[in-house]
Design a protein around this ligand. Structure first.
Ligand SMILES: NC(=O)c1ccc[n+]([C@@H]2O[C@H](COP(=O)([O-])OP(=O)(O)OC[C@H]3O[C@@H](n4cnc5c(N)ncnc54)[C@H](O)[C@@H]3O)[C@@H](O)[C@H]2O)c1
Length: 332
């Protein structure tokens, strides 16, 4: 681990964002990237709140930021709900211990809606805002100008190219730019994919791997390829399962049963598509068709449009979240 750290002493530790506490100012051991102790998460939605919660629960100082007070409050509510559930499990008969646990995590978490304040001195910025290339590029362009030069930037994108997201940042920053792909729900899912572009410094990758382990996650490394590891394999597979239903090869029920009992998977592909969200699946496939086929990064046939998927989405049947997709969840 020592080999990861920077010759640069830790910056003087001003509060990360409003109401943050001061903490250790001891210099880091030598080498290229210091351990990540302070992170700022942009986006207080499902993923941003999850990442903020897990980091804070494992002793990392976290600032969570979003565009409005309501969005930040939404993030706090997501975290409160999740922590309360964990606390009840940990200490079922002890409300005081439950409260102490929730409070101890929130002690590591501050929030703000001011981007400049949010990036005054984090070691790492994790972006978890809307899945739109131009919006992410614009955020990082702005942050590159105001964040300290040695802050690492990372995106939690599921399907966009990290290299493209980093395009609006300076060359120096691009060496400190990577993907940090956590999975939903973050408190439960162990995996994080750490994505390196051709420019990402190995020390930055190492610092992110180290952070994941301190967050009690299992990190894997991957190049900046469409969908990284999980979605690269999953998306074409789910689309092909939908094509099978569309062609009438087998019913959705039988395809799911076959993959569960024949391939040992915990969930069949149609149920999983409903869980991911049919609109999300359609959005990812369209993005890859539009952006990643012509570059030769992905085969056109793997992401060819599936009429049945588009029709279900148009009809408002987006899967579990809308109550209906391939299966009916209205009574769940
Ligand atoms: N939902 C998933 O299952 C999942 C899994 C892995 C990765 N991701 C990725 O994580 C990212 C976030 O997804 P999500 O499901 O949490 O979305 P979400 O819609 O729940 O949250 C997005 C949040 O970003 C905020 N936001 C938008 N623009 C902003 C800006 N300029 N500055 C700060 N905040 C801004 C919004 O107000 C919103 O609160 C996306 O890139 C998505 O692809 C999602």
């Amino acid at each position: 681990m020592l080999a990861l750290y920077s010759r640069t002493p830790l910056r003087a530790r001003a509060p990360l964002c409003a109401a943050a506490r001061s903490f250790s100012t001891s210099p880091a051991p030598h080498t290229a990237a210091r351990p990540v102790e302070r992170i700022t998460v942009f986006g207080a939605g499902l993923m941003g709140a999850g990442i903020a919660q897990v980091a804070a629960a494992n002793g990392v100082k976290v600032c969570m930021t979003d565009v409005s007070d309501a969005a930040v409050e939404n993030g706090r509510a997501i975290i409160t709900k999740s922590l309360t559930r964990i606390a009840r499990k940990k200490s079922p008969d002890d409300p005081a211990a439950q409260k102490q646990f929730v409070d101890s995590v929130f002690a590591n978490l501050t929030t703000t809606t001011h981007a400049k304040e949010a990036v005054s001195n984090p070691d790492l910025v994790v972006e978890a805002i809307v899945e739109n290339l131009a919006t992410k590029q614009e955020l990082f362009r702005r942050l590159d100008e105001i964040a300290p030069t040695d802050t690492i930037f990372a995106s939690n994108t599921s399907s966009l190219s990290i290299r493209r997201i980093a395009e609006t940042s300076s060359k120096a920053r691009r060496q400190r730019f990577a993907g940090f792909h956590a999975f939903n729900p973050v408190p439960q899912m162990k995996l994080v994919e750490i994505i390196s572009t051709d420019e990402t410094s190995p020390a930055v990758t190492a610092a992110l791997l180290d952070l994941c382990k301190r967050m009690k996650k299992v990190p894997v490394q991957c190049k900046d390829t469409p969908g990284f590891i999980v979605n690269r394999l999953l998306v074409p597979y789910l689309l092909e399962a939908i094509r099978m239903v569309e062609r009438g090869d087998a019913t959705a029920e039988d395809i799911d049963t076959a993959m569960k009992l024949g391939a040992g998977l915990p969930m069949g592909p149609l149920e999983l598509s409903d869980f991911v969200g049919l609109d999300t699946l359609s959005h990812i496939a369209r993005g890859w068709r539009d952006e990643r086929v012509s570059t030769g990064e992905i085969d056109a046939q793997q992401v060819a449009q599936v009429q049945m998927l588009e029709r279900l989405v148009e009809e408002g049947n987006k899967g579990r979240k809308s109550g209906k997709g391939f299966f009916d969840y209205s009574n769940n």
